[in-house]
Design a protein around this ligand. Structure first.
Ligand code: AMP
Length: 334
């Protein structure tokens, strides 16, 4: 049996984990990165593409029993139309992709899960507080801007339109800006064990917003931007964890009720923790997030379930291994 993924994002972690749990591994890689992936002994096969349609053909190459692992960059790289052409079984619920790629649907799912979310504003006219204006898709924060009032929202939107970063103002989401510490809670839902595990947590390091505090406020006069440059490990105060778990379980229940066949595998609740210790979730990812790359040897949380190094990549492989043994592959793939 082969575990394959697209070369980028968390593919090294995924394939490293798959190898540790005894699988053959394959990476579907841009031809220009072939040389890079060749350096890693845990990758058995490199399938290179020179155009994105070819990438889909290679993902669909299924001569031995293959399971494809989608990660956070899949849709950004291939586009939704190509992703829909993937026929190889994927680990996870492919019906969730549609929800993830639409900011409005995304927030509505969190709301249905009774998770605390920031206020959203339908129109710039309604804006009555500090907001962040966000572009569609996983752009790593690129193009996002902060606005203090409706005039600044309108001004920012017309800049995005003239720079052709968006086609229409409906594509963006205007969200209340929550002041606090951004914390990304990484979870894994196991259909085999029927439980939610916390696999890790990270802070994102974003340019330039995280750099601004290095300079005294009287010498800078620049707008903050939110381009993700890296991830920093973090553990939360333990008293935050019960709420984080409640939200994670609510999220799994909401997916199970509305998006068949339900939640499978890794997801992340992207949150801001406020000074009264509220967790406000402004975004989720229904797949493995890049912040898990911090924990190739396991995180302070994964050790609580597994007395061995357990990355999320390896956790995925473990789920597949156990599901196969118990004849449950159909429950963890779509
Ligand atoms: P996202 O693309 O939604 O993950 O957002 C990128 C970054 O923008 C986050 O990591 C946060 O730093 C910031 N951000 C997004 N939404 C909010 C919000 N509602 N309040 C505060 N910061 C936010």
């Amino acid at each position: 049996m082969i575990i394959s993924t697209l070369g980028s994002h968390s593919s090294l972690q995924i394939l490293h984990g798959a190898k540790k749990d005894g699988f053959k591994t394959a990476v579907v890689s841009d031809k220009n990165r072939e040389n890079f992936y060749r350096r890693f002994s845990f990758i058995d096969e490199i399938r290179s593409y020179d155009n994105l349609d070819k990438a889909v053909d290679l993902i669909n190459k299924n001569d031995e029993e293959t399971i494809f692992i989608p990660h956070g960059s899949l849709i950004e790289y291939l586009g939704m139309d190509r992703v829909k052409k993937i026929r190889t079984p994927i680990f996870g619920n492919r019906n969730l992709f549609e929800w993830e790629s639409n900011q409005h649907k995304k927030m509505s799912l969190l709301k249905m899960a009774e998770i605390k979310i920031p206020e959203s504003f339908e129109s710039p006219e309604d804006v009555d507080r500090l907001v962040i204006v966000k572009l569609p898709g996983a752009k790593g924060g690129k193009g996002y801007f902060i606005a203090k009032n409706k005039e600044e929202v309108k001004e920012g939107l017309s800049k995005l339109l003239s720079a052709k970063l968006i086609k229409s103002a409906d594509e963006v989401i205007i969200q209340e800006y929550i002041i606090g510490i951004p914390m990304y809670f990484q979870f894994f839902y196991s259909p085999v064990f029927k439980r939610v595990e916390i696999t890790g947590m990270d802070l994102r390091y974003e340019s330039n917003v995280d750099g601004l505090r290095r300079l005294p406020t009287n010498v800078i006069d620049v707008e903050p931007t939110f381009v993700v440059a890296g991830n920093i490990p973090v553990v939360a105060r333990e008293s935050l964890l019960p709420k984080a778990f409640e939200y994670a379980e609510n999220f799994v229940n909401a997916v199970n009720e509305r998006i068949p066949p339900g939640m499978i595998g890794p997801f992340c609740l992207e949150s801001v923790v406020t000074d009264n210790l509220d967790i406000v979730v402004f975004e989720f990812s229904g797949r493995i997030v890049a912040g898990t790359n911090l924990y190739v040897e396991g995180s302070p949380y994964s050790w609580l379930y597994w007395d061995e190094p357990m990355s999320v990549g390896r956790r995925i492989a473990r789920e597949i291994k156990i599901a196969k043994l118990e004849n449950k592959l159909g429950e963890i793939t779509t």
